[in-house]
Design a protein around this ligand. Structure first.
Ligand code: COA
Length: 196
């Protein structure tokens, strides 16, 4: 059965509603808003690589009629910090995911559905070992959505609170992660379509 949402690459017509995340505090929401940003930066990157890069990518979240309702993203956080030496890639591939839905589309299960599609897609198309996310302590909707897709508060650090750099340490970020399932030892050659 078709799900309520699909993921697809960002198209030019999505850039205008996406600009709301740069220009409207309410669009990004109280937990993610850290100030105005230049939406033209995203357009420039879209022109360069369609927002699908080696180290970070963005996909559009759309309804069955292809209406844009938000974005999901991921970035490679595998680099190992070394003392004094340049950062080097870790043998363990870790991807950090993110999501933002326009406010009028929240609270209808779309955030959970979109992140479920994203997690499946990343396990199936990349050799990722661990998918992780960091959520502001007060962001209960995102914590619950992640839990429902198996991205769970991390082991003994489950309730550890990390200061949020973006907000000058004012809030706290809770880490969560999901490991690659043993049955998915390597990416499939043909990824399942993104909710189509
Ligand atoms: C966080 C976000 C992606 C969640 O998506 P959503 O579609 O609104 O959430 P869902 O409808 O899938 O709900 C997920 C769960 O959270 C619960 N929930 C929804 N809104 C809630 C709220 N305001 N407070 C507490 N729980 C809430 C739902 O009841 C559901 O749990 P349940 O199935 O046990 O009933 C979305 O609200 C959003 O884009 N927010 C702004 C950006 C953001 O915070 N991104 C997260 C970055 S870490």
């Amino acid at each position: 059965m078709d799900g309520p949402v699909r993921l697809r690459p960002v198209r030019e017509e999505d850039l205008e509603p996406m600009a709301r995340f740069s220009l409207e505090p309410e669009a990004l929401g109280e937990f993610e808003w850290t100030g105005f940003t230049d939406p033209r930066a995203r357009r420039r990157r879209w022109e360069e690589d369609g927002l699908l890069g080696d180290d970070s990518s963005v996909l559009a979240v759309v309804l069955a009629d292809d209406a844009f309702i938000g974005i999901v993203s991921w970035r490679n956080v595998s680099l190992v910090v070394t003392r004094g030496a340049p950062r080097r890639p870790s043998p363990v591939l870790r991807l950090e995911i993110g999501i933002a839905l326009l406010p009028e589309h929240r609270g209808r299960g779309y955030g959970t559905a979109a992140q479920r599609l994203l997690v499946d897609y990343l396990f199936e198309t990349t050799p990722v070992h661990r998918i992780q996310a960091g959520t502001e302590a007060g962001n209960l909707a995102e914590q619950r959505a992640l839990e429902k897709v198996g991205v769970l508060p991390r082991g003994r650090h489950a309730r550890r609170r990390l200061p949020s750099r973006a907000l000058g340490g004012r809030c706290h970020v809770l880490p969560a992660a999901r490991r690659r399932p043993p049955c998915l030892s390597r990416p499939r050659r043909r990824p399942r379509s993104l909710g189509c």
